[in-house]
Design a protein around this ligand. Structure first.
Ligand code: HEM
Ligand SMILES: C[C@H]1O[C@@H](n2cnc3c(N)ncnc32)[C@H](O)[C@@H]1O
Ligand code: SF4
Length: 346
């Protein structure tokens, strides 16, 4: 039997009010075409709960530009899902936040890509975006609505990451999640941090995780799970939920095993950064796609991995970023190009 998804990210709309340099969806303000209708969206939720009760991430584009976002969130909540929403934070108003609360939305993620207006605005492609996002966060604080901060790490903000983490804590975030840039959509390979910088940031992240009061998570950095094990071994610590929290129970990349991404027109992918189509929910039952799509079956089998990932002793906990392998070689099973580790050499 195939395990049901634990987490689904859903691009409710490809439209957006910002124009980020790194956007995986290459989202713009132009009116999107062919989006799932409200009825199709509800039908999808019905199909999801037939399989299980994953966390449903309403994302985009900017999900708050879709007028029926509250109705869809309410439907997901009533179906028994934990519904959360990912936003750039610029459109939040007190009325909107109350509507999200009434729809049962449990937490928001708000993206901040730098500790200064200059860095964030250059990233987000719109002057004034930083101030508008901070104003949105102020609304959340006043409403006592839980939020986490998401930061995408690239060459543009690498040195500002510790300060951005401090800012997230000062703002009252319940968690800080970093995403490592994946060169897809508008994301450019030349903006990726070097493999050595990757390693350095992830070691810093491990240190922060040990002392931080708020939860930290690194997404699109599967090598973190190798580093966590290497560091724990050095420190003579046994990895457990008590010592390492949620990270002790999960693995590097969940794409296709515990996680999938659904696009605004119903396409299902292993994640939002890997453009290898598993199927479309307009043409096929979601269960059928989740259980049988070739790309999902391959991602579920560590023996399919090639290159150094294929022979790595950490492959079951890391498995590399399949989207980065795809962007570099056209083959999503190839080795992760941004990992410095050489398997077998300790
Ligand atoms: C509660 C508010 C949260 C929001 C709004 C949120 C938002 C997101 C978004 C937008 C993505 C990117 C998906 C894509 O484009 O493909 C993502 C990925 C992910 N998030 Fe979150 N997230 C939240 C909380 C969490 C929590 C609490 C966890 C687990 C502890 C988590 C685990 C993940 C995982 C595993 C991925 C998939 C990427 C991967 O394969 O590693 N998220 N999240
Ligand atoms: C949900 C999070 O995904 C981030 N995001 C958007 N595009 C990319 C990309 N190419 N690589 C990594 N993260 C990205 C957003 O900035 C948001 O914070
Ligand atoms: S990253 Fe988010 S906020 Fe930025 S353009 Fe893409 S959808 Fe919009």
């Amino acid at each position: 039997m195939t395990n049901p998804p634990r987490l689904i990210a859903w691009e409710l709309t490809a439209g957006c009010n910002l124009n980020c340099v790194h956007c995986r969806g290459a989202s713009t303000s132009s009116v999107p075409e062919g989006e799932l209708t409200t009825e199709e969206a509800k039908h999808f939720i019905d199909e999801v709960v037939e399989l299980g009760k994953p966390i449903l991430i309403l994302s985009g584009g900017e999900p708050l530009t879709r007028p029926d976002v509250f109705e869809i969130a309410r439907y997901g909540t009533d179906a028994g899902l934990r519904v959360v929403l990912a936003t750039n934070g610029t459109l939040l108003t007190p009325e909107l936040v109350e509507k999200l609360r009434a729809a049962g939305v449990q937490r928001l993620s708000v993206s901040i890509d730098g500790a200064t207006a200059k860095t964030h605005d250059e990233f987000r492609g719109v002057p004034g975006a930083f101030d508008r996002t901070l104003a949105g966060i102020e609304v959340l604080r006043k409403a006592n609505f839980p939020f986490q901060i998401n930061t995408t790490i690239s060459r543009r903000n690498l040195e500002e990451i510790p300060k951005t983490f401090e800012l997230a804590k000062e703002l009252g975030a319940v968690a800080y999640h970093v995403f490592f840039l994946v060169p897809t959509g508008r994301g450019e390979e030349s903006d990726e941090v070097s493999p050595a910088d990757y390693e350095r940031v992830l070691h810093w992240f491990y240190d922060m995780q040990k002392e931080s009061e708020i939860q930290l998570k690194a997404t699109c950095a599967p090598h973190y799970f190798r580093i966590m094990r290497q560091r724990a071994k050095k420190e003579g610590i046994e990895i457990s939920v008590k010592t390492h929290g949620y990270e002790a129970m999960t693995k590097g990349c969940l794409g296709g095993t515990g996680f999938c991404f659904v696009s605004s027109v119903g396409e299902v992918y292993p994640c939002g950064y890997l453009p290898v189509l598993a199927g479309n929910i307009r043409e096929q039952p979601f269960r059928d796609i989740w259980e049988n799509a070739e790309v999902f079956r391959k991602l579920r089998d560590p023996e399919e991995l090639k290159g150094k990932c294929g022979i790595c002793e950490y492959k079951k906990v890391c498995a590399g970023c399949r989207a980065r392998a795809y962007a570099a070689t056209g083959d999503y099973l190839e080795e992760e190009p941004y990992c410095i580790y050489r398997p077998g050499k300790k």
